[in-house]
Design a protein around this ligand. Structure first.
Ligand code: MRU
Length: 347
């Protein structure tokens, strides 16, 4: 169990740690309305692809609970509408759509049941999704930790720990498992502009886990690699195409190019729920564009002249040929990805 969790189901309510306020304050929001879950996802109170998936499922469960019809047919129609609304929260992390599809499938498979039984089943499914995410991440972490060697200095981007998942983490979970296996690693943490998930969240998690780290501005990675101070890079993913192209937090592509230039292994860690097998390559991944104020302002304080135009793409796509391996709960996919990803899916 983690000393903190990103999200829980608690007697008909969703409790989630408000990540906008970390590291200054550890405050849990108590949510009973699915539209508030949508807001929480949109404003990054909860974030990170697997955590977004769990939140979407719990939001759908809240929506189901609040329905006041006794007619199962009406229930199904309204439940579909609720899931459609939740699916608009953010566009890139495929876990959101994956989790909602799973909830819809469960609802459909219960045809013939009364509304009370349907509600109970959907609430149970959302909780199962959370539990499964922890198990998956622990498997993924074990598959990945063998790639990390004692004494290595590892660079990471954004936040991929327990906060970004149901529990334990993906890329950060791999580092955590390596540390728990007794390997004395240290971590270079990219601050991750503009919303500072590295500076605010990854440092907070590494501190709680007791893993040594040094926070760096995003622009410092090249210099550190050039000085021979980085042994390996590991990041998470928001969506992985069938050919192994990876969408992740803006800046990931740059880090991958740098790692390639310096001959440093570059790994991605993600559960199979982050793969979008339906899209052939990264060109098909919808990349979220967020408000320019997230770049021109820091906590309400302007850091650019008034009216400065800003482009705020939340993610970029790293081409598969820059990736040394993709670590999943079913093992590590290696190039050529089109076939290794297919085999993992079938395994
Ligand atoms: O905008 P965010 O904070 O939701 O972006 C998160 C990331 O890019 C993570 O690296 C990714 O979702 C993997 S989380 C295990």
């Amino acid at each position: 169990m983690d000393p903190y969790g990103s999200i829980y189901w608690d007697a008909g309510r969703v409790r989630l740690l408000d990540q906008r306020r970390l590291p200054a304050e550890e405050i849990y929001l108590e949510i009973t309305d699915y539209q508030e879950v949508i807001q929480a996802i949109r404003t990054l109170a909860i974030r990170g692809a697997p955590a977004i998936g769990v939140a979407a499922a719990m939001g759908a469960a809240l929506g189901a609970l609040a329905m006041d019809t006794d007619d199962p047919v009406q229930f199904q129609v309204r439940f579909q509408e609720i899931c459609r609304e939740i699916s608009q929260a953010r566009p890139t992390a495929v876990n959101l759509f994956w989790a909602l599809d799973r909830m819809l499938l469960v609802a459909q498979s219960q045809e013939g049941q009364g509304v009370a039984a349907l509600k109970e089943r959907l609430v149970a499914e959302a909780q199962t999704l959370l539990k499964e995410d922890e198990t998956i991440n622990r498997h993924l972490a074990q598959a990945g930790q063998v790639l990390i060697h004692d004494g290595q200095r590892v660079i990471t981007h954004c936040n991929t720990g327990a906060l970004a998942t149901g529990a334990y983490g993906t890329a950060l979970g791999v580092l955590r498992a390596a540390w728990e296996a007794g390997k004395k690693i240290s971590v270079w943490v990219d601050e991750t502009r503009p919303l500072l998930q590295g500076a605010r969240l990854t440092t907070w998690e590494l501190g709680k886990l007791g893993i040594p780290y040094i926070l760096i501005p995003d622009g410092a990675a090249a210099a550190l690699m050039g000085q021979g101070k980085v042994d390996l890079a590991i990041v998470g993913a928001d969506r992985i195409a069938a050919n192994g192209d990876v969408a992740n937090k803006i800046g990931t592509y740059g880090l991958a190019v740098l790692a390639h230039h310096h001959g440093i292994p570059f790994y991605v860690a993600a559960p199979l729920s982050t793969f979008d097998f339906a899209i052939p390559d990264g060109g098909h991944i919808p990349v979220e564009e967020r408000a320019g104020e997230e770049v021109t302002h820091l906590w309400g304080q302007a850091v650019a002249p008034a009216g400065a135009p800003a482009l705020n793409l939340a993610f970029d796509v790293t081409p598969h040929d820059l990736i040394s391996g993709i670590i999943t709960e079913r093992g590590v996919a290696r190039p050529p990805y089109s076939s290794s990803i297919k085999s993992l899916r079938r395994a």
